[in-house]
Ligand binder design. Structure first.
Ligand code: SF4
Length: 168
């Protein structure tokens, strides 16, 4: 019913905010497949907002990773899922649970310093939790660095302040 309501005015862009979060697992794939069929039939563009990486990988052609209100990495979905560049993107992908319970909970190496959005960390907002943090990360905010048709915000790829290597 919500999908029908969203499409009744024939939009060109539909915002899907956590489209499967309230659904039983058995229904989730049916809804995602329906959304994809509708995208093809009606020529829609979806803006999908989700914490569920399986949903993102299934639906997205481009992905923007946000941390504390900033887009820290953005590129086509295949590149992001195969070779993430920002340490937060890498941690997100490493956090995906596997069906094998013997493997336990993945260690993302994220620090447990949860930030206060009302008192943002200085410099790079991710620095209190970053496994690759460098001395200047807490003082200087990283700039957007372009590569290919995407970009990343991280000093690791800053030729002046980090390793300065970023394959395009
Ligand atoms: S700028 Fe520094 S703290 Fe921020 S993600 Fe990159 S390496 Fe980590």
């Amino acid at each position: 019913m919500a999908i029908a309501r969203a499409l009744i005015n024939r939009p060109r862009i539909v915002i899907c905010d956590e489209p499967t979060s309230a659904l039983d697992v058995s229904v989730q794939s049916q809804i995602l497949n329906l959304l994809q069929d509708l995208r093809e039939e009606l020529g829609l563009t979806y803006l999908v907002i989700s914490h569920n990486l399986a949903v993102v990988e299934h639906m997205a052609t481009r992905v923007a990773v946000m941390y504390l209100g900033r887009i820290v990495e953005e590129e086509d979905a295949d590149t992001l899922f195969s070779s993430p560049k920002h340490p937060y993107s890498k941690a997100l992908l490493e956090s995906v649970l596997t069906p094998d319970p013997s493997l336990g909970i993945p260690d993302t190496h994220l620090g447990a310093a949860y930030p206060n959005p009302l008192d943002m960390p200085t410099g790079c907002r991710f620095h209190p939790r970053c496994i690759d943090v460098m001395p200047h990360c807490g003082q200087i905010a990283p700039q957007k660095i372009a590569f290919g048709d995407g970009h990343v915000e991280c000093h690791l790829y800053d030729e002046n302040r980090g390793k300065g290597s970023l394959a395009s």
